[in-house]
Every structure is written in structure tokens, then in C-alpha cells.
Ligand binder design. Structure first.
Ligand code: G3I
Length: 386
């Protein structure tokens, strides 16, 4: 069901989490904004953008501009949104978000060009042959990447191509093997990267997935693919670790650090692309104070691991307010996963992120890998990682 404006969050009245924020920070770092702290540090701090809230809630956009130097449309660049009919592209929603970002000197990540999910019915029910699908995919990538060239600095070219769990296998999908585009193994991923690179050689191209944050059979399989791609000169610049976690299931910090290090050693940068920490909530959507503090610690610790590695260049959450999170819909009984509550008030997690961003700097200058600094002209071309 579509939300109506009356379902929008109420305006912030008071910062009820302030004591916890100060406790975590020891100093009022939050007054500086995550964005200011990240800019000083030379990293991107980003969020997914929910189009409904973006359009209807000025307080949402004000916070978006103040707190973040990177944005990523949550759904507006997916196939079903951008390509609703075979010969029809609709860029209106995505263009509005991109224009806002560039007006506010924010970088834009594009999400995504190839996924097994959120595809339009004309595509999934079209009974296309591999040759036809290859042509359709190439046309889509070419049209979309050229439309946003110079405005989107990084693309999740391929999203979630590996199976969940320990199999290490590729996920069956229309692009892989049902019937696929006629490129066996990881060939469809390689082909998508090559098509995207041919259109915008300056954009950073990512593989993005969940469950690959720590060292495990799935991240081993992705590692083997990335190593193979880098050895053969396939244009892959980065790895997105989604980081959808909860208080019981989050990556071991040492394993996360070693995982990031082994990927950056291959010559790709790593970004945390979709972090949220879901909590059990009451029917009213309220989490316990204890869980909110545990959540804050998780946000802090995972962010600190990323920030410590010069090759981990962005820290992004999957939305910023509990008013717009995907979690309650997909995980009944859970919610409260983001750094701001549904009334746009900062939670302990916000203070924890500020604390991590204000912590000791990483070795090396991360901006050299991300692109120009956030204050740069947004139209400046972005440098690829050597
Ligand atoms: O906009 C329509 C609305 O008009 C309609 O009434 C309603 C009925 O179901 O659907 C609405 O669309 C929903 C859309 O979110 C916007 O709310 C889709 O059904 C729903 O499937 C879609 O879910 C998104 C999901 O990806 C699938 O695309 C979530 O918002 C989004 O947060 C989630 O994001 C993914 C990343 O892309 C990849 N990684 C995992 C992450 C979480 O699942």
C-alpha cells in the first residue's frame, strides 16, 4: 500500500537520545554532522534515499543534505522503476534525486544494473532467448549508464549474484541461467562490467552483495571471482558489503577486517553500502533502551573497522530514518534499524557513527580512491583507482 503524507513522521520535537549521544561521544561531535566529520576524514558517508519521503517531507531532505555527502536511490534506479516497458525509460524519480544530490555537493551511487529481483514483468515473463536477453541487457546498461554519466560516480553493476549460504554457487536467475545471456559461470557478471565500462570509463564499477562481510564460503567465492577479474583486466573497481545485520548476527570484527584487507589487496576498494541493524520492536515499533545501545555499539565497531582500512572508502546506511526502512515489512517484529528514529531524532546509533567518524584517521588518503572531495564540483570527473 502506498503511503499518504499523513503517514509521514512528525517533526522532531526534542532530542530524547541526547544523553546517550553525549555518553558515547564524550563531546558534542554530532553538532558537526556526520557529513562534516566524514569530509574531514576523507570518506563518504551515505544513505539510501526513499523517493516517497524525498518528495513529501522537507525535514527528510533537510537532514539528508545536512548529514550525508553521498546518496543512493533505494529503488528509483532499479529495472522496474527505470525501464517499465521494452521501449520506455522513466528517469523522472532518479533524476530528481540525482539533481538534489548534485545541488548539495553529494556523490551519487547508482543501484543497480543487474539483479535477479525488482525486474519488470515484461522482462521476466517475456520468454526471451539468451541472445535476446544479452541484447536487452546491453541496451539497458548502455542507456542507463550514459544517461547518468558524469553524475553517478559509482555503480552497483551487479547485485547479489551469489546464492545465500555456504554453497559458494551463483544464484539461478534470468541473467545467469534461466535462461541467461549465454555467458557461462561468472561470464554474465564480467559482460555487464565490460558493457558499463565501455559507456562510462570514469565510473567506478562495483559488485555488491550481502553475507560476504566476513570470511566465509560465500565471500571466498566472491574473492575467487574478483581475483580472476583483476588478473584478467575485467573492469571491476569495488566491492560492496551490504551489512544488513542484527544484534545476534553481525560479522566478527576481526574477520571483517581481514576480509576487507584481502579484497583491497587485490586492488579493489570496499564500501559498506546498505548497513542497518534491526532490533526487535513492540507493536508500536519501539525498541528497548538496551537494544538501542547494543545497536549503537555495533554501528560504531563495524564503522571503525571500515574506517581503519584505507581501502574502505564509504560508510553507507540503507536509509537514515526508521520511518522509511524496509525492515518492518520484510522482517515482521523487527524495526528501529537506522540512526534516526521515525521522528527524525538522532538515536544512540547516530552518536556512535559520529564517534567512529571522529576517531583516529586511517593511514593513507582515502579520497584519492573515492573521487574528488565532496566539496568538489559534482560534475568533476572521478578518478579511477589505479
Ligand atoms: O511503490 C510500490 C507501491 O506503490 C505499492 O503499493 C507497494 C505494494 O506492495 O509496493 C511498492 O513497491 C515496493 C517498493 O519497495 C517501494 O516501497 C515493492 O513492493 C517492494 O518490493 C520494494 O522493496 C524494496 C526491495 O529492495 C526490493 O526492490 C525495498 O524498498 C528496498 O529497501 C530493498 O533494497 C534491497 C537492495 O536493493 C538490495 N539489497 C537488499 C535490500 C533490502 O532488501
Amino acid at each position: 500500500m502506498a503511503m499518504s503524507p499523513r503517514h509521514l513522521p512528525r517533526r522532531p520535537r526534542r532530542a530524547s537520545f541526547l544523553p546517550a549521544v553525549f555518553l558515547l561521544l564524550g563531546a558534542p561531535l554530532w553538532a558537526q554532522s556526520l557529513r562534516a566529520l566524514a569530509t574531514v576524514r576523507g570518506v563518504a558517508v551515505g544513505t539510501a534515499v526513499n523517493y516517497f519521503h524525498f518528495v513529501h517531507d522537507p525535514a527528510y531532505t533537510a537532514l539528508l543534505a545536512r548529514e550525508y555527502n553521498q546518496v543512493e536511490p533505494e529503488n528509483a534506479m532499479k529495472w522496474a522503476a527505470l525501464h517499465p516497458a521494452p521501449q520506455t525509460y522513466d528517469f523522472a524519480q532518479a533524476d530528481a534525486i540525482v539533481a538534489f544530490a548534485l545541488n548539495h555537493q553529494q556523490r551519487v551511487r547508482g543501484h543497480n544494473l543487474l539483479w535477479h529481483s525488482h525486474n519488470p514483468a515484461w522482462l521476466t515473463d517475456g520468454h526471451f532467448t539468451p541472445t535476446q536477453l544479452a541484447q536487452i541487457l546491453q541496451d539497458h546498461i548502455t542507456t542507463v549508464v550514459s544517461h547518468f554519466a558524469g553524475r553517478v560516480y559509482a555503480w552497483d553493476v551487479v547485485n547479489e549474484a551469489f546464492q545465500e549460504g555456504p554453497s559458494g554457487k551463483l544464484r539461478p536467475s534470468i541473467w545467469n541461467d534461466e535462461p541467461g545471456i549465454g555467458r557461462p559461470g561468472t561470464g554474465f557478471i564480467e559482460q555487464a562490467l565490460r558493457w558499463a565500462h565501455a559507456v562510462d570509463p570514469h565510473a567506478l564499477l562495483f559488485y555488491n552483495d550481502f553475507g560476504i562481510e566476513a570470511i566465509n564460503p560465500k565471500s571466498d567465492a566472491v574473492y575467487a571471482m574478483v581475483r580472476d577479474f583483476k588478473r584478467r583486466g575485467v573492469p571491476l573497481d569495488g566491492l560492496g558489503l551490504q551489512m544488513h545485520v542484527d544484534t545476534d548476527g553481525h560479522p566478527n570484527l576481526s574477520s571483517l577486517a581481514r576480509n576487507i584487507a584481502r579484497f583491497t589487496a587485490l586492488g579493489v576498494q570496499v564500501q559498506i553500502t546498505e548497513m542497518d541493524v534491526r532490533l526487535r520492536v513492540s507493536r508500536a515499533g519501539v525498541a528497548s533502551a538496551r537494544d538501542l545501545n547494543t545497536q549503537a555499539r555495533i554501528y560504531h565497531d563495524i564503522s571503525a573497522v571500515c574506517l581503519k582500512d584505507p581501502g574502505c572508502t564509504a560508510l553507507q546506511t540503507w536509509g537514515f530514518t526508521d520511518a522509511s526502512s524496509w525492515i518492518p515489512r520484510f522482517y515482521p517484529g523487527y524495526g528501529a534499524a537506522l540512526p534516526f528514529d521515525a521522528d527524525l531524532r538522532p538515536k544512540p546509533a547516530y552518536g556512535a557513527l559520529a564517534n567512529a567518524l571522529g576517531g583516529p584517521p586511517a593511514r593513507g588518503l582515502k579520497l584519492a580512491m573515492v573521487a574528488g572531495p565532496p566539496s568538489d564540483s559534482p560534475r568533476q570527473r572521478h578518478r579511477r583507482q589505479p
